[in-house]
Design a protein around this ligand. Structure first.
Ligand code: BV8
Length: 320
């Protein structure tokens, strides 16, 4: 395994050639996707900002316990992420992966991302396994008796969860004279960044939170997989079915720290099925849990630039 040096988007020409040679021979390929895939679309990664949302550890907010203890705080966390995800666009890596899926029936993307960006590139749903659910599905907390769930892109999902804006009249002299873009954004009534602890957070009463429209009794919760919860049954079955259907030629590990299970475990599972491993990441320390093996590729850099270049022989040029 050699790290990247050549001018071509910072990719080592030798590695690129051997990768393309293998890709052109491959028919059964997996891609494990993480927050780094959506980073250059403008979405913070899970570990970005030290993994904190305000003063809270994002991982601890993504638990049933946190929701039961403070549903308002957890809903503000998820409403903020829904809002952010709706503000940004998929990047060329999302489009390149969707094109690969349309060109290669034996390609499956295993996404840990809940931001909905892959879905917005017409990535064929049958080749996109949402391991951890999506921000844009909500369901009743009473899963057994009520079981209501719906796709929901309403932002804010309830008025009480609206992202506060600065409220300064954007046409005022004050706004026009604003110095920094940041200050300008603030002064032009743009969203305040509530992930920043310095920005006051509204206290939202539980009765102002989204309530299940079917049973009208229980709160709705985001349709994501929280820590301690099992992954969606159908998704687990789909991945197992792919793995049991025979040899895997390659697994691309894109923009993930590969520290969350069972998702991270699929790298070694694919290896066991004969797959070569290709890691695309900004940080060479984020290597597969099992360490580097002979024949692995590591391409250091921005997924939005590297992935389209890596997949070019199959998907053609994907415009930046
Ligand atoms: C379960 C949805 C059991 C919610 C998420 C085995 C060993 C150890 C622990 C466990 C184990 N098995 C289970 C566990 C416990 C736990 C776990 O894995 N804990 C970890 C923390 C050790 N797993 C669970 O709880 C799972 N459930 O096991 O249930 C069970 C079974 C049956 C019945 C009942 C229960 C559920 C895990 C899913 C949790 N939900 N998301 C939400 O999003 O709010 S996980 C969430 O965090 C994401 O989905 C993702 O999986 C993870 C974040 O990781 P990344 O996406 O990789 O993001 P990160 O910021 O860490 O890294 C970004 C990377 O990108 C970096 O490498 C960076 O260098 C790179 N990068 C940055 N910019 C770029 C870039 N790369 C390229 N280009 C760039 N521009």
């Amino acid at each position: 395994m050699s790290s990247s040096t050549a001018p071509d988007a910072g990719i080592n020409a030798e590695d690129l050639a051997s990768f393309h040679e293998h890709l052109n021979k491959s028919t059964r390929v997996l891609a494990l996707l993480g927050a780094g895939l959506s980073a250059s679309s403008g979405l913070p990664t899970f570990r970005g900002a030290g993994g904190l949302w305000r003063t809270h550890d994002s991982v601890s907010l993504a638990t049933p316990e946190a929701f039961n203890a403070d549903p308002s705080l957890v809903w503000q966390f998820y409403s903020y992420r829904r809002h952010m995800a709706l503000q940004v666009q998929p990047n060329p890596a999302h489009y390149a992966l969707a094109k690969l899926a349309r060109k290669m029936p034996g390609f499956q993307a295993l996404s840990q991302n809940v931001d909905g960006l892959s879905q917005r590139t017409d990535h064929p749903p049958g080749q996109l396994q949402l391991l951890h659910g999506t921000l844009f599905e909500v369901r009743c907390m009473d899963r057994r008796r009520c079981g209501h769930s719906e796709t929901n892109f309403v932002d804010p999902i309830v008025p009480a969860l609206a992202i506060p804006t600065s409220g300064i009249d954007p046409t005022s002299d004050e706004a026009r004279q604003a110095v920094s873009a940041q200050l300008q954004a603030k002064q032009q009534g743009k969203d305040l960044d509530i992930s920043d602890v310095k920005v006051p957070l509204a206290s939202v009463k539980t009765h102002d939170l989204p309530v299940c429209p079917k049973c009208k009794q229980y709160l709705l919760r985001p349709g994501v997989v929280w820590f301690g919860e099992s992954l969606p049954e159908q998704v687990l079955d789909n991945v197992d079915e792919f793995m049991n259907a025979g040899r895997v030629d390659m697994i691309m590990v894109i923009g993930t720290s590969a520290k969350v299970y069972p998702a991270a475990g699929y790298i070694e599972d694919a290896r066991a099925k004969g797959a070569r491993v290709c890691v695309v990441n900004m940080d060479e320390n984020d290597k597969p849990a099992g360490g580097w093996k002979k024949g692995d590729w590591f391409f250091k850099g921005d997924a939005a630039t590297l992935v389209p270049r890596l997949l070019e022989p199959v998907v053609g040029r994907v415009e930046p």
